[in-house]
Design a protein around this ligand. Sequence first.
Ligand SMILES: [Cu+2]
Length: 181
Amino acid sequence: MASRTQYAFLLLSAVMASLFAGSAAGVYHIIGAGKGWRMAPNKTYYADWARTRNISVGDKLMFLYRSGVYNIVEVPTKELFDACSMRNITNRWQNGPTIIELTQPGPRYYFCGVGKHCEEGEKVAINVSVSAPTLPDSDADADDDDADDSDSSAATPATAADLLIYLAGLAACLLPALLLI
Ligand SMILES: [Cu+2]
């Protein structure tokens, strides 16, 4: 099926671009890998995915999903996360792709606020570790300190590689047949 091939190509492009972006820009983690962010194939799918990842400060989470069909909410506690409770949402995103830059160590809790998707397993908890010691890397880009703080949790494409990753993610999100089957 050609569209599957295209989707695989787009994901591959994103992965390649993230390699080029290199250590300075942090690692991109595509939530759910090839499945993207959608109704989970089973209730532990995203937990299983998260368990295999080493996520640290400076890395970025990339949620690939169809706008209007899925969204992302963030809650501050495990209790709210476990209960799929939207009583106290600290962030909400609804336009895929969403790239979230992780600026603080500690746990983060995300789930989909649509229907019963969270109860069905569309939820992911991650633990952000303190960033690994960075190699002396001379490219003095002053580490994004100039980033606009008005939307601090959503990373805006800052470099050509970031832009490429974003565009690959956008294309992946716009191919409904691929993310929705
Ligand atoms: Cu959902």
